[in-house]
Design a protein around this ligand. Structure first.
Ligand SMILES: [Zn+2]
Length: 80
């Protein structure tokens, strides 16, 4: 089972969870209720050969994911 990492956009908390492909992604921070963003880390990336990567990507690719990530990067640069 791959480990998924999430970071809270609101409080910055980092969460690691073991999930199957079929498990729904976490969306809410347990600490503050803020929105969580999924991090694809290097160490889970090599698993893409088994097919989970393609499946997972197709499932969540509703159009907003890439835009959201770019926006977050900008927010980190500004730091305020
Ligand atoms: Zn939070």
């Amino acid at each position: 089972m791959p480990i998924y990492e999430y970071v809270c956009k609101n409080c910055g908390a980092k969460i690691e969870v073991l999930q199957r492909f079929s498990d729904p992604p976490l969306t809410k921070c347990e600490k503050c209720g803020g929105e969580l963003e999924k991090i694809i880390s290097q160490c889970t990336f090599h698993l893409k050969g088994s097919g989970w990567y393609a499946t997972d990507y197709a499932k969540k690719d509703t159009g907003g994911e890439k835009a959201k990530r770019r926006k977050k990067d900008k927010q980190q640069e500004k730091k305020d």
